[in-house]
Design a protein around this ligand. Structure first.
Ligand code: 13P
Length: 294
């Protein structure tokens, strides 16, 4: 099923689990993600950023392919623009057939973030798409942004932001950052702030920079109210590592067999992550073949 993120994240919010949102730049990744979701009876979100679309995974090519694959499975699959920065990013994604968009104006001052998010949310809702926004700023691990408390989401501001923008889910800054953390370092997350945000907002919350945050942090973040976890770096690294290992074992391997080996390794990673964050087994067909959540 090809759907927006709205209902799947509301279900996750009401039932205290999280859905993976995985960055995807090609067919092998899309297949690995959608097959994993189907085999785990789990909802899933496929993410791609404007930068990734420019570099490799063009949105106009990926959107119809992902929609076609999603329509062949019973579990809900959303295709979401990750970190849309400009109005053009948003309208391009809408034209390509994305089911969801994120407007990231988290680097703007509060009023400007509200203004841009309001516009995108009303446009997205008018088209049946969901809208993710960000308040506070999840920066870069390479710049130690995870430690910068002044970038964290303010609870009072968040209440006003959500009320005024009508966004469907909110990415919050609580101590994670995008990209790889320095070797051996596990970020320290502000779980008290997360709990306060959940209580104040009572809506689906999103964790960006899930890569390298560690199993304990991720599980605790879910139990404190995170319902969507963005995962990019860890899966990309896993794919690269597998490619190197497979080539080391057999440098004459057929290219297609290499692609399949990497796809299968990505599936192993995704499926165990889905189990960790509680999205596995949330979806099933009833005998009357009505599709419903467990
Ligand atoms: P990581 O690359 O740290 O997994 O972050 C992914 C992300 O948040 C994409 O929006």
């Amino acid at each position: 099923m090809y759907v927006s993120m709205k209902d799947m994240l509301l279900h996750a919010h009401k039932n205290n689990y999280a859905v993976m949102a995985i960055n995807c730049v090609n067919m092998e990744q899309a297949k690995a993600i959608i097959q994993s979701a189907e085999e785990e009876s789990s909802p899933v979100i496929i993410n791609i950023s404007p930068r990734q679309m420019k570099a490799h995974g063009h949105g106009d090519i990926l959107a119809p392919m992902i929609k076609g694959m999603a329509e062949k499975v019973s579990v809900p699959v959303a295709f979401n623009l990750d970190h849309g920065a400009s109005f053009e990013d948003i309208t391009d994604a809408m034209r390509y057939g994305f089911s969801s968009v994120m407007i990231d104006s988290s680097s703007c001052e509060f009023e400007e973030n509200v203004r841009r998010t309001q516009q995108v949310a009303s446009l997205a809702h008018g088209m049946g798409l969901s809208c993710e926004a960000e308040l506070g700023h999840v920066g870069l691990a390479s710049q130690s942004d995870d430690n910068k408390v002044d970038l964290y989401t303010n609870v009072e501001q968040a209440k006003e932001f959500v009320k005024r923008t009508n966004c469907d889910c909110l990415a919050v800054a609580i101590g994670t950052a995008h990209g790889a953390y320095p070797k051996g370092m596990i970020p320290k997350l502000d779980f008290d702030r997360l709990k306060e945000l959940k209580e104040a907002l009572d809506m689906p919350l999103v964790l960006h920079g899930g890569g390298g945050a560690g199993e304990e942090n991720i599980k605790k973040a879910v139990s404190c109210g995170i319902n969507k976890i963005n995962v990019c770096t860890d899966l990309m690294r896993h794919a690269t590592k597998t490619t190197i290992e497979v080539l080391k074992q057999n440098s004459a391997i057929d290219y297609m067999d290499l692609c399949i080996a990497v796809q299968n390794a990505m599936k192993d990673f995704i499926k165990s992550y889905m189990r960790m964050i509680g999205s596995s087994g949330r979806y099933s067909f009833t005998k009357s073949s009505t599709v419903e959540f467990d």
